[in-house]
Each structure stands twice: as structure tokens, then as C-alpha cells.
Write a protein that binds this ligand. Structure first.
Ligand code: SAM
Ligand code: SF4
Length: 356
């Protein structure tokens, strides 16, 4: 804690302080929480809006934020620069659907080649990729996650309520053509909805020579079903896949919560993000910033700091912003508290609000 305090006071000398220079040079982070976890990864949601309405993510009838309550792209860029100056090396841009935000590309270009930023990645539903993949790659995006929950057009529409599978498949093809270092599918399986597609989605990933990650559904926001009625454990999915493929446990990590398996003879990795069956909080290295500038220290808890006033009231001085970010490490909770049997959601905000 003493170190933290001295970090705060040394911030008076701002970006030229030796610690910050050191953090930049060594890619170590000045952001360390009370449990000794180093935070070097941020997920920034640049919009709460989306062109899909996935049943596990949103309710049918969503009210989105008025524009003035959403960070401008300039404010997003400023935030990323400050976090990187504090040693953050990985930034994920997400939403809502980040690529439906007007001029989103400007942001990627502005931050894509920042010294100290090792990885700029994006999570998208793929609907805009057909036209944006190449430009994102040029801007410095290295890896891309594309959500895909079904290969059946009608079912895909049901899950997303409005989505067009063929557009997303063209988006995946465009991403492959653009030559990202890594393309990963994100799949949420729901019992009785698409859990019978676990294997066909993996086979699709293998065929496309890309990776796939299965994410257990999380109780974020009130949706039109009870979460335990659709919950599929990743342990069950792994067992099923092992009947058809040889999966070899791998120690590889991409800096996120996924646990990976390799399939010999293929170029694909299979990952599992299992907040219920395997809690990953002990090694948590990330924080999330909503499109309103709320810094959430944990996806599954309410602890947060509002950065918007610091951005807007101190337009030419990053000092208060940096101090608030360093201070926030004190309230990063030990872990989430997801319980699917509870009738109410673990947190009332949707994943599209916090940023997936
Ligand atoms: N719109 C983009 C997309 O769909 O990839 C980015 C934002 S979305 C919120 C990010 C990821 O969160 C997606 O892969 C989505 O499947 C996942 N997600 C959304 N709600 C979820 C929930 N309740 N439980 C688990 N994953 C969820
Ligand atoms: Fe939109 Fe992504 Fe949520 Fe689906 S998961 S509704 S694509 S934000």
C-alpha cells in the first residue's frame, strides 16, 4: 500500500516521472491491487449500442444511452493513452458493437501504434467486418474475436434476434484475408438453444484454421429467460468434444481468462472461459471501462470509479485522472460472485454496458 501511495504522489511529476518511464520501458504496470495482482489489460467499451440483440446479452427492448453521456472518441483515446502510460500493455476495444460506432476506425488509428501498447485487440459480432477488417489491420489491430453462436441461419437469427449469418461469415472471410495474427470465435452455448452445435462450431473453426473459445453464460442484466434454465457447463462441452477430437491441455495464454487446449494435426486452439465451473479471479489482470467512462474493477461486482468528470473537468491535466486510476486499485474486489440459482442477476448491468 505504501508503494501505491508513493506512486500517487510521484504522479505530481506526471509522465516524466522515473517510475512511469520505467513502467513504459519494461511494460510492467504501476497498477497493482491489494491482492498483488498486476493490472496490465483494459477492456474499453466504446458504445452500448448494437445492431444485434443476442438473447443472453440484451433484452428485446433496450434503451440506449443519450449520446452526450457516452465518451467521445477523443476521450476514449485519451483514456487509453493514460492507461498505457501506467503500464497497461493490452487494450481490447469492445461494446455493444464497437464497429457500429461512427468513425470508430479513427480511434484504432489513434491508439494502434502507441509505444508501450503490446496488443490492440477487438471483440466484434462480425457484422461490419466485411468492410472494415482490412482497415483495422492497417490501424494496428493484431487479434480479433468474432462472436458466433450458430451456423444455422435461422437459429442464428433467433439467437441474435436480427442478425444475418451470411454477413458474419463474409466478415470472418474478410478477417482471414486481412491477415490478423489470430482470429478467435467466441461462442456462448445455451441448453436447448444451440448446445447441439458445440462440435460443428469447433469443426468450422478447424476448417477455417482459426481458434474457438466457449464462454459460459453469465448472469449479467435481466434477460427474457432464467439463466440456470440455459446454463451449459464448459466441463460438459469439453467432455463432448473429447469424444470426437484429441484435445491436449496447453499452458498457452493470451493474457485473458481462457484455458486452452490444442488439437494435434490442426492449427486451431480450443479455449474455455468458465466463470462458474472454474473461477479465474485469482489471476485477474484486467479492468473494464464502460462507454460512460465508468471504471469497473470486476465484471461481476459493482465497485467502480467514474472517470467521465475527471476527463471533462480537467481537459488539459491528466493528473487527477491518473491519481483516480491508481487509487482504484484499492477497491478491486477479490472476485465475482456469480450464482445462477439466484432469481435476480448477479449485476443488473448488461454485458453490452460493461463491455465483454
Ligand atoms: N458485440 C460484440 C460481440 O458480440 O462480440 C462485442 C461485445 S459482446 C458484449 C462481447 C462478448 O460477450 C461476446 O462474445 C458475447 O457472446 C459475450 N456475452 C454477452 N453477454 C454475455 C453473457 N451474459 N454471458 C456470457 N457471455 C456474454
Ligand atoms: Fe450485441 Fe455483442 Fe451483445 Fe450480441 S453479444 S447483443 S452482438 S453486444
Amino acid at each position: 500500500m505504501k508503494d501505491l501511495e508513493s506512486n500517487i504522489s510521484t504522479y505530481a511529476s506526471k509522465v516524466s516521472s522515473p517510475e512511469i518511464m520505467l513502467a513504459r520501458a519494461s511494460s510492467s504496470s504501476l497498477l497493482v491491487d491489494q491482492f498483488g495482482r498486476k493490472v496490465d489489460y483494459i477492456r474499453l467499451s466504446i458504445t452500448d449500442r448494437c445492431d444485434f440483440r443476442c438473447v443472453y446479452c440484451m433484452s428485446e427492448d433496450m434503451t440506449f444511452l443519450p449520446r452526450e453521456e457516452v465518451l467521445s472518441l477523443e476521450e476514449c483515446a485519451r483514456l487509453v493513452k493514460v492507461f498505457v502510460s501506467l503500464g497497461v500493455a493490452k487494450v481490447r476495444i469492445t461494446g455493444g458493437e464497437p464497429l457500429v460506432r461512427k468513425n470508430a476506425l479513427w480511434l484504432f488509428e489513434e491508439i494502434g501504434h502507441l509505444p508501450g501498447l503490446r496488443e490492440l485487440v477487438v471483440t466484434t459480432n462480425g457484422s461490419q467486418l466485411e468492410h472494415q477488417a482490412e482497415a483495422l489491420k492497417q490501424a494496428g489491430v493484431r487479434r480479433i474475436n468474432i462472436s458466433l453462436d450458430s451456423l444455422d441461419a435461422e437459429r442464428f437469427r433467433k439467437i441474435t434476434r436480427v442478425g444475418d449469418l451470411s454477413k458474419v461469415l463474409r466478415g470472418i472471410a474478410a478477417a482471414k484475408k486481412a491477415g490478423f495474427e489470430n482470429i478467435k470465435l467466441n461462442t456462448v452455448l445455451m441448453r436447448g438453444v444451440n448446445d447441439d452445435e458445440a462440435l460443428s462450431l469447433l469443426n468450422f473453426a478447424i476448417e477455417q484454421q482459426i481458434d474457438i473459445v466457449y464462454i459460459e453464460e453469465m448472469p449479467l442484466g435481466e434477460v427474457d429467460h432464467t439463466r440456470d434454465s440455459t446454463y451449459v457447463s464448459n466441463d460438459a462441452t469439453l467432455k463432448l468434444l473429447q469424444h470426437h477430437h484429441m484435445l491436449v491441455s496447453s499452458a498457452e495464454t493470451t493474457g485473458g481468462p481462457a484455458k486452452y487446449w490444442r488439437i494435434p494435426g490442426t492449427r486451431s486452439k480450443v479455449g474455455f472461459i468458465s466463470p462458474h465451473s472454474h473461477n479465474f479471479c485469482e489471476t485477474c489482470n484486467r479492468v473494464r471501462i464502460t462507454c460512460k467512462g465508468e471504471l469497473y474493477l470486476c465484471l461481476g461486482q459493482e465497485d467502480r470509479v467514474d472517470l467521465m468528470p475527471l476527463l471533462r473537468n480537467h481537459q488539459d491535466d491528466d493528473g487527477p485522472l491518473v491519481q483516480a486510476i491508481i487509487d482504484s486499485m484499492r477497491i478491486k474486489p477479490k472476485g465475482h460472485d456469480f450464482d445462477l440459482r439466484r432469481a435476480e442477476p448477479a449485476v443488473v448491468r448488461f454485458m453490452s454496458h460493461t463491455g465483454g
